[in-house]
Design a protein around this ligand. Structure first.
Ligand SMILES: NC(=O)C1=CN([C@@H]2O[C@H](COP(=O)(O)OP(=O)(O)OC[C@H]3O[C@@H](n4cnc5c(N)ncnc54)[C@H](O)[C@@H]3O)[C@@H](O)[C@H]2O)C=CC1
Ligand SMILES: O=C(CO)COP(=O)(O)O
Length: 337
């Protein structure tokens, strides 16, 4: 049964959904795909290490995998689609290693990670196209803390593909009464928003950690949105995409929600801790740390003004103190909104 058949009939079909990456988000997506009626194959780097003694998931303690989910070290060759949820910096080597040579050509790859690749400045769909040039690609992004999605709490996200019909089919396949997917034809805008909001979340956390107040955070979120829209347009995306779930929606969540790793990293930074010390204590990813220098570089290359991203990159690299960072943002020439 093809992806189109699955979507148009609204049935799950017999072929499994494969999820690549058994971190918090991959695990939550596996649970969601099972909820949508699929058999799910969850690829983990170390399958034996995924479950805790009480049977719950290492990255999502308290959450159990449904029966329809099998944890594996191999992606099944008959997968109807792949949801790829490894951290962006590992996406290229992991995908090259796990992609089954006999996967049907129509089975799409859906990037669910949020970042730019540090070495190439590429977004996830472009990385996937490098690894699997002729395969259909899409992206899934939005304001979604993994734990809440795994618990079946209400959430919405966007699925984007340059082939609009593919995005609509994927949205129909993976949506349930608790997880509502909107389709969108601007994958560049969606990915740019999902990646860059992590950097703004670090800035928001740093402002709160440094005691700069709620006004400062609101200003950073709003001007961060303008910054992301400029970058998205320069990369060929649309500003109105950034006003949606993948941009405004995810900024709201990540810049205010205590569960955000990027916001939490910024909070510690704002309290005066060194970036390396904060990262050494963590086993989970804060994508904004790797994405901030990419945004700084892209801003320079494309001639786009990205003052918040540049300040976050300099703060993380130790090129600016917190006081300098604050002064740098506030002393820029006055301009129109
Ligand atoms: N956690 C969340 O709420 C959400 C996360 N995302 C995105 O999903 C992506 C994955 O994030 P999480 O699942 O939260 O990650 P996580 O921090 O829970 O886990 C990281 C995962 O990456 C694996 N990993 C680490 N180094 C690796 C390597 N060298 N090769 C292969 N795998 C490696 C680890 O084994 C682990 O399973 C990120 O891009 C994140 O921005 C998107 C939406 C929600
Ligand atoms: O992307 C996310 C929520 O949409 C998760 O944010 P963090 O990676 O900052 O935890």
């Amino acid at each position: 049964m093809s992806v189109a058949d699955d979507a148009s009939t609204g049935t799950a079909g017999d072929r499994p959904v494969a999820v690549v990456g058994a971190g918090a988000w991959g695990t939550a997506l596996a649970i969601q795909a099972a909820r949508a009626g699929f058999r799910v194959s969850l690829w983990a780097r170390d399958p034996g290490d995924l479950l805790l003694a009480d049977g719950s998931c290492r990255r999502l303690p308290g959450h159990r995998l449904p029966e329809a989910v099998t944890v594996t070290g191999r992606v099944p060759a008959d997968a109807v689609l792949l949801l790829v949820a490894v951290p962006t910096q590992h996406l290229r080597p992991v995908l090259a290693r796990v992609l089954p040579p006999k996967l049907p050509p129509a089975s799409p790859l859906v990037a669910c990670c949020k970042g730019f690749e540090r070495t190439t400045l590429k977004l996830p769909a472009a990385i996937m196209a490098d690894v699997a040039p002729d395969r259909p690609t899409a992206v899934l992004s939005g304001p979604n803390f993994a734990g809440e999605v795994a618990a079946g709490l209400p959430a919405a996200a966007v699925v984007a593909a340059s082939e609009a019909a593919l995005a609509a089919r994927l949205a129909a396949m993976l949506s349930t009464s608790s997880f509502r997917l909107y389709d969108n034809a601007d994958p560049v805008g969606v990915q740019c928003a999902g990646a860059a909001k992590n950097v703004v979340a670090i800035a928001a956390g740093a402002a709160i950690g440094a005691g700069l107040g709620e006004n400062a955070r609101a200003a950073l979120v709003t001007r961060g949105l303008a910054e992301i829209a400029r970058l998205a347009e320069a990369l060929g995306g649309r500003a109105d995409t950034v006003a949606g779930l993948s941009g405004m929606g995810d900024l709201l969540l990540t810049c205010t929600g205590a569960a955000s790793r990027n916001y939490g990293f910024g909070l510690e930074l704002g309290r005066g801790r060194r970036p390396d010390d904060i990262l050494a204590e963590r086993s989970t990813v804060a994508e904004g740390v790797a994405t901030a220098p990419v945004l700084e570089q892209l801003g320079r290359q494309l001639g786009v003004s990205l003052p918040i991203a540049g300040t976050v990159a300099a703060l993380i690299a130790g090129r600016l103190t917190l006081a300098d960072a604050r002064d740098q943002l506030l002393s820029r020439p006055l301009t129109q909104e």
